[in-house]
Design a protein around this ligand. Structure first.
Ligand SMILES: [Zn+2]
Length: 275
C-alpha cells in the first residue's frame, strides 16, 4: 500500500512537472511572438515629427494632432504649436508644462510642431547612488555604459533635492527664431525636494540638425504640479530605465512654413546654448 501510494505521488509529480513545463514553454513562445510583432510593427523605433532645426528656425506650428502622436509612441518629449509649453509623454499620457508652472493633460485635438517619441519598454534598468549626483555626473555614468552610436529612450525616476527646468510662453506671429523667442519668453523653475520622472532621449552625434544630440530630458513631478525642460538636477538615488531603439523615423512637418524655411545653416552651437 505504502509503495503504491509513493508510486502514485511520483507519477503525479512527473505529470505536474510536465504540465508546468508546457505552460512555461507556451509562455516563452507567446513572448517571443509578441517581441517579433513588437519589432515588425516598427514599435522599437524612435519616431519624430518635424526636426529640431526647423523649430530653431521658427517653424512653430505643425499639423500633427496629439491623438496621431499617441499612435507613434507612449513616451517622449516635444512642444506644442506656438511653442506653448513643454510636452512630455509618459505611459501614453501627454502633458503640457506651461510657462506659469502648471501641468495639465492635453486633449487629443491639440497639435504639435515637433515631438520625439517611442513605445517605451526598458531593456535595462540601472540604479545610480549619490550622494548629490548632478545631471552632469548622471550623464557621464549613463554614457559610460552605453554604445555612443545608439539611440536610447531614458526614463529616470528619483527624489530630486534640486531640479532646474524651464517652460516658454507661447509665441505670436510673426515668429522669430527659437533662441530669439526664448530670450524674452523663457521661465525658469527652481524646484526643491521634488519626486518625479525625467523622460527623454540620449542621441548620437549623427542625429544633430534633426534632433538634439546628447541628453534631452523633460521632467514631470509625481503630483503633476511642476515640470519642464531639464537644465540641471541633484539626487542621491536614481533609477534609470533604458530602452534602445533599432533606428528612427522622421515625418516631415506639412505646415507651409516648413517648405520655405532655410535649413542650410548649422544651428548646433545655438542649440547647445538653449538646451
Ligand atoms: Zn526640451
Amino acid at each position: 500500500m505504502l509503495r503504491l501510494s509513493l508510486l502514485h505521488k511520483s507519477v503525479f509529480k512527473c505529470l505536474l512537472a510536465a504540465f508546468l513545463a508546457c505552460i512555461l514553454a507556451g509562455n516563452t513562445i507567446a513572448q517571443s511572438a509578441k517581441n517579433r510583432h513588437h519589432a515588425a510593427s516598427g514599435q522599437d523605433f524612435m519616431y519624430q515629427y518635424s526636426i529640431i532645426d526647423a523649430l530653431m528656425a521658427g517653424v512653430f506650428d505643425g499639423d500633427l494632432t496629439i491623438g496621431q502622436l499617441k499612435k507613434k509612441g507612449d513616451f517622449g518629449v516635444g512642444t506644442f504649436n506656438r511653442v506653448d509649453g513643454e510636452l512630455l509623454i509618459d505611459k501614453g499620457h501627454v502633458y503640457k508644462i506651461s510657462y506659469d508652472g502648471s501641468v495639465k493633460e492635453v486633449p487629443d485635438s491639440d497639435s504639435t510642431s515637433v515631438a520625439f517619441v517611442k513605445f517605451f519598454k526598458a531593456d535595462t534598468v540601472i540604479h545610480l547612488n549619490g550622494p548629490g549626483l548632478t545631471y552632469e555626473k548622471v550623464q557621464e555614468q549613463i554614457e559610460h555604459l552605453l554604445n555612443p552610436n545608439g539611440i536610447y529612450a531614458l526614463r529616470i525616476s528619483a527624489k530630486f533635492s534640486t531640479m532646474t527646468t524651464r517652460a516658454e510662453k507661447p509665441a505670436s506671429k510673426p515668429y522669430t527664431s527659437l533662441p530669439e523667442h526664448l530670450k524674452h519668453n523663457q521661465v525658469v523653475f527652481e524646484l526643491k525636494n521634488t519626486t518625479g520622472v525625467c523622460a527623454g532621449f540620449l542621441l548620437p552625434p549623427y542625429l544633430a540638425r534633426t534632433n538634439v544630440p546628447g541628453f534631452h530630458l523633460h521632467y514631470l513631478a509625481d503630483d503633476h504640479k511642476s515640470g519642464g525642460h531639464i537644465f540641471n538636477f541633484t539626487a542621491d538615488v536614481l533609477t534609470v530605465e533604458i530602452d534602445m531603439a533599432r533606428g528612427f523615423t522622421i515625418e516631415n512637418n506639412t505646415n507651409a512654413e516648413f517648405g520655405k524655411v532655410n535649413l542650410q545653416p548649422d544651428r548646433g552651437a545655438e542649440l547647445k546654448k538653449i538646451e
